[in-house]
Design a protein around this ligand. Structure first.
Ligand SMILES: Cc1cc2nc3c(=O)[nH]c(=O)nc-3n(C[C@H](O)[C@H](O)[C@H](O)COP(=O)(O)O)c2cc1C
Length: 251
């Protein structure tokens, strides 16, 4: 069915199909083949990011295109160390191998300016009500930066690259180490890293929930909400498989 505002003579199916083609082609890889990303591709990717929606249209994001191989090496090595740390802490999270970050042809650091939470509906008077609104304000800000980052990832996928969204940069220690290296002022937060390039080996498609599992009509379908026990079981038995296997290899 055509959306009401659309011209009845125009069929938008082709545009939707082209968009879905890009969406399907976006796949995470964590090891890349050598490649020189042309400057124009960084511009095209961040041009997409620039057009994202954001709460209060405050656009609380900045991007640092990292081309210096020594910085990539340091970032990658820090994440390899983080990988070991998590193992030592017994987190049991199936942490990936971060070595591939060191040689990612494209690497963009995503920065969030959390001061813009003040631009959202908050009282800014330190009261309990203010605190509750501020929690939501932080969520609005994170959603805004994610919307922009997602557009960057889709633009990279449209250009034929495989992508890698690394959020593990958020911890305070990593922030403290990398802000000076990248010249980022203290008020800003390094929130994630986007790596991209040609894949070192064929990327695979990961399991996604079915439409029925996520779509509810008028009222929430309770069967779609897992119980706490089911979530714990999913973490125990499924998580690693859905992260690191092709969907066709998940029984
Ligand atoms: C918000 C967010 C954070 C992520 N953080 C990491 C990360 O820190 N390290 C990592 O290797 N992958 C990370 N990923 C990649 C996911 O593991 C990946 O998207 C997921 O397994 C689904 O695979 P797909 O991207 O191929 O659909 C992140 C993805 C998102 C959207």
């Amino acid at each position: 069915m055509m959306p009401p505002a659309a011209d009845a003579a125009v069929d938008h199916t082709d545009r939707y199909t082209a968009l879905m083609d890009v969406i399907h082609s976006r796949k995470t890889v964590r090891a890349f083949a050598p490649y020189h990303v042309p400057r124009v591709h960084y511009d095209m990717i961040l041009e997409a990011a620039r057009h994202a929606p954001s709460g209060a249209n405050c656009q609380p994001w900045h991007y640092i295109v990292v081309t210096d191989p020594t910085i990539k090496e340091r970032l990658g090595e820090r994440f390899v160390q983080e990988q070991l740390r998590r193992a030592r802490l017994g987190m049991k999270f199936p942490t990936p191998n971060y070595k591939g970050m060191k040689t990612a042809p494209g690497l963009i650091v995503v920065i969030a300016d959390f001061r813009f939470t003040r631009a959202f509906p908050v009282l800014n008077d330190g009261s309990e009500t203010d605190r509750r609104y501020k929690i939501n304000a932080e969520r609005i800000l994170l959603q805004s930066v994610a919307a922009s980052t997602m557009l960057a990832h889709l633009a990279a996928a449209a250009l034929g690259y495989s992508v890698w969204w690394v959020s593990a940069i958020g911890q305070e220690e990593i922030q403290n180490e990398f802000k000076p290296l990248l010249g980022v002022p203290d008020d800003l937060s390094l929130i994630d890293i986007m790596c991209f390039g040609p894949p070192a080996s064929s990327p695979y498609t990961r399991w996604k929930k079915s439409l029925d599992q996520i779509m509810n009509l008028d009222r929430f379908t309770l069967a779609n909400a897992p119980t706490d026990e089911q979530i714990d079981e999913w973490i125990r038995n499924e998580r690693a498989r859905v992260m690191y296997r092709d969907e066709s290899r998940i029984d």
